[in-house]
Design a protein around this ligand. Structure first.
Ligand SMILES: [Zn+2]
Length: 182
């Protein structure tokens, strides 16, 4: 899969000095810092995923891992919200399109790519099961009996599911506190 196409967001450090975070390689960071120094005393840079990246990611995951799931309507995807307890959701819009929403905090590259991938794959699993999609509904409830995780394991996400479990428990609470302040 291709790497992120991203925007560079420059945030003056004085907004929140205790969150001095840096994800840029130094050979990129240093020239920018040198250029900006007369204007901003100190700052940090965060690479942010954008709408184009997100649409590409959905398309790649669908083609690679859900190729047997027909896309029978327009499926939109976007970042929205700053939730702690929700990574994403899927719903049917009044015009019958399907909309997948990914937690807006996942724009930040502090969130590992596989977490975004799993969130997308989770919502596409609902679509494949006929929830918020034109496809026949295969189950009575969208989550009961672990049907989503079973679907994800079937499609090769088993290892990442275990990794995500650790992420949710150990890393997400810390990251969430940082990201919500930005
Ligand atoms: Zn779900």
């Amino acid at each position: 899969m291709t790497s992120a196409i991203a925007k560079i967001i420059v945030i003056p450090m004085r907004i929140n000095p205790k969150n001095l975070l840096l994800t840029m390689p130094l050979f990129i960071y240093n020239p920018i810092k040198k250029y900006l120094n007369p204007f901003i005393s100190d700052f940090f840079l965060i690479v942010m995923r954008d709408q184009f990246w997100l649409e590409q990611r959905l398309q790649q995951i669908w083609e690679l891992l859900y190729h047997d799931t027909p896309k029978q309507n327009t499926v939109r995807i976007r970042f929205k919200g700053r939730w702690k307890n929700k990574f994403g959701h899927i719903k049917r819009l009044p015009n019958k399109d399907t909309e997948i929403v990914i937690n807006g905090l996942f724009k930040s590259e502090f969130i590992p790519e596989y977490v975004v991938d799993l969130t997308i794959a989770h919502e596409v699993a609902h679509y494949a099961h006929g929830f918020h999609s034109p496809l026949p509904q295969l189950f009575k409830h969208p989550h009961k009996g672990g049907v989503v995780n079973r679907e994800l394991r079937k499609r090769g996400f088993g290892h990442l599911l275990r990794k995500e479990k650790y992420f949710m428990k150990q890393e997400w609470p810390v990251l969430y506190e940082k990201l919500r302040e930005l």
